[in-house]
Structure formats: structure tokens, C-alpha cells
Design a protein. Sequence first.
Length: 171
Amino acid sequence: MATMITSECINCGACEPECPNTAIYQGGVEWQAPDGAVHPALSNDIFYIVPEKCTECVGFHDHEACAAVCPVDCCVPNPDIPETHEVLLDRARVLHPELTIGDDAPSRFKKDGAAPVEGGGCTGSGSICRGRPQGNARRRGEALCCGSGTRSGREGDRAAAEGAPDAVVRR
């Protein structure tokens, strides 16, 4: 799924310089396609991400850089635009012809060097989960899924074994 910025955006701008694809723009600012064509802003009020330029940082990082720095956790997967590892990797190569982006490039779809996997590893709904902490939870070192309200990964397994209730995630 392409990443999007929700209406909770506080216009801090932390996300914009983190994007390796220059896919993030300030509200009201026109965006430029790779071919140089200029398009109207997708939002006038808050920062926005151009889906055609978003690779979810595939090819550059094993996580979405914008989500990692967002202080209000409003950089989230867009459920209306599901995309595969291969599509995102191909897009990264088209957007950056000057780079050699190999099949083994960093990707949030890969877990510890394994083959790409679809979806997340979370015990929650999975609708927007990628099976790893998002935003503030990530910075605090919490093992929370991004929105379903459940713990994820080893921490979730441990909590379940101990009979602990699911974590509550602010949304």
C-alpha cells in the first residue's frame, strides 16, 4: 500500500526531508512528476504523499522513513492502494535510474533477509499493520502494532503466553 498522511498531521514537516523519492509535499504546493510535469497539490491544508512517487522506502530502508519520524503517527498505509514488493521495487528503479537498486535492496517486506512477505506479522487485524511499531511507539521501543491495538512479534507472543491483555494504541 502506498503511504498516506492523515488529517491528524500537525504540519511539522519532519517527514518531507526523509523521503528518498521526494514524494512528500507541503499542503498547497504543486508536485512534480519524474518527467518534469507539474501537477496541482493533492492537499491544501496538510503535507501529502504522491502515491505515484511513493515506494514505501523499498530500495532504501526496511521501514517507511516518514512514519519513523512522524511525531503524531499520521503516516500510515493507504488501504485503497495496495502494492507489492515487486511493484514498489520497480518504481524505485524508475524513479532513480542513476542508482543500481538490486533485488536484495532494503524493504519492509523482508524480514531478516528472508524472501519478501506480504502483509504484516501482527496478531491484530492486519488491515494497516506491518507487524512493527510505528512512530512514537517505535521511538519508545514498544512492541506495538500500528493500529489494531495488539502487541506484535515476540513481545506479543510473550504477552499472550503470560495472559496479558492487548496493548492499547492511540489513534
